[in-house]
Design a protein around this ligand. Structure first.
Ligand code: MN
Ligand code: MN
Length: 321
């Protein structure tokens, strides 16, 4: 836990603000959208006279969680800005996040960039959506959940935990999920929405299984080129659906995925079932959670370097077991 504030201070700030804009990260996942929309919905439900807006770039296939709103620049005058699920300022979607009169960060990634007048970071939380439920529960009835808030927050939790698969899932996570399911939304439909992929995404999955490179010591990697994406008709923001795919293989302990970008560099996804990999991500223009991080590689030389570092981490982990 790293914080310079308390949930009650954040609630007090919300209570005294008439205009509130909520931001999240670019390339949003269900947790970014769920924490953003869940907080907005709880505020609107509890304070119908407040003006609450959601901003951010395209949400891809996730329009069933929330859709960004057009917000004019002058809305930011005297507005409270809250950013959810976003570790550092370059990742915040919509650069106007600093145009309000007060800025609050609520997040569960390591607090390498402690931006905001107030920040509340809990790296033990499974998801930022879980933290939003904690914030609402700590508000002594000032913020109230409703069925829609519960639905999107549940989507965020099952998104970040891989439907309770990953080890960041705790007893508290299940308690929060049970509280949300109690609101009576169709939780099975939420899970189906997250489970379904397009036929083209399924073909990309088969490419991942077919072309995955095994590097030894449990490490594996794959390159996803622009050419592959074009041939399959898969948009760049739909690649997220294969990031966890190598982890389904018993032989794979940790893996990295290199997604070619238009400028010739690569977005790198780091994942692990045990070895800590966020140090490697940090050394390559990124960072994130201990077992799920992102970074960048400028060229093939840097890719080779990362592949070798992942293999070393796999070997060190296996030695220690
Ligand atoms: Mn996220
Ligand atoms: Mn998250």
């Amino acid at each position: 836990m790293e914080t310079n504030t308390s949930f009650s201070e954040i609630v007090a700030k919300i209570v005294t603000s008439n205009k509130i804009v909520i931001h999240r990260h670019a390339n949003p996942d269900p947790d970014a959208l769920g924490s953003q929309a869940g907080l907005a919905e709880a505020i609107k439900n509890s304070f119908p006279n407040k003006q609450v807006r959601l901003v951010g770039s395209s949400v891809g296939d996730l329009t069933w969680i929330n859709q960004p709103e057009e917000v004019p620049d002058d809305f930011y005058d005297d507005a409270l800005v809250i950013v959810t699920d976003t570790a550092d300022t370059p990742r915040i979607s919509d650069a106007r996040f600093d145009k309000g009169n007060y800025l609050i960060k609520i997040d569960h990634h390591p607090n390498d960039d402690a931006y905001g007048d107030l920040y509340y970071v809990n790296t033990d939380a499974s998801s930022c959506s879980e933290m939003i439920v904690d914030l609402i529960n700590a508000s002594e009835g000032q913020l109230k959940l409703d069925t829609e808030a519960a639905r999107v927050l549940y989507a965020g939790i099952i998104g970040d935990t891989g439907r309770f698969l990953y080890n960041a899932t705790t007893q508290h996570t299940f308690n929060v999920a049970a509280q949300l399911v109690g609101f009576g939304f169709d939780h099975s439909e939420v899970s189906q929405n997250l489970n379904e992929i397009s036929l083209n995404q399924a073909k990309l999955q088969s490419v991942v299984y077919d072309q995955l490179q095994f590097d030894g010591d449990g490490a594996a990697h794959i390159m996803i080129t622009l050419d592959m994406l074009q041939k399959l008709g898969v948009a760049d923001d739909q690649v997220n659906s294969v990031v966890s795919t190598p982890g389904r293989l018993r032989e794979v302990l940790l893996w990295s995925i290199y997604v070619e970008k238009e400028d010739g560099t690569y977005r790198v996804h780091f994942r692990s079932k045990g070895p800590i990999i966020n140090g490697i991500a940090k050394a390559h223009h990124g960072g994130g959670h201990p077992l799920a991080s992102g970074g960048k590689a400028v060229d093939q030389t840097e890719i080779n370097q990362i592949v070798s570092e992942m293999k070393t981490a796999g070997a060190a982990y296996s030695m220690g077991q």
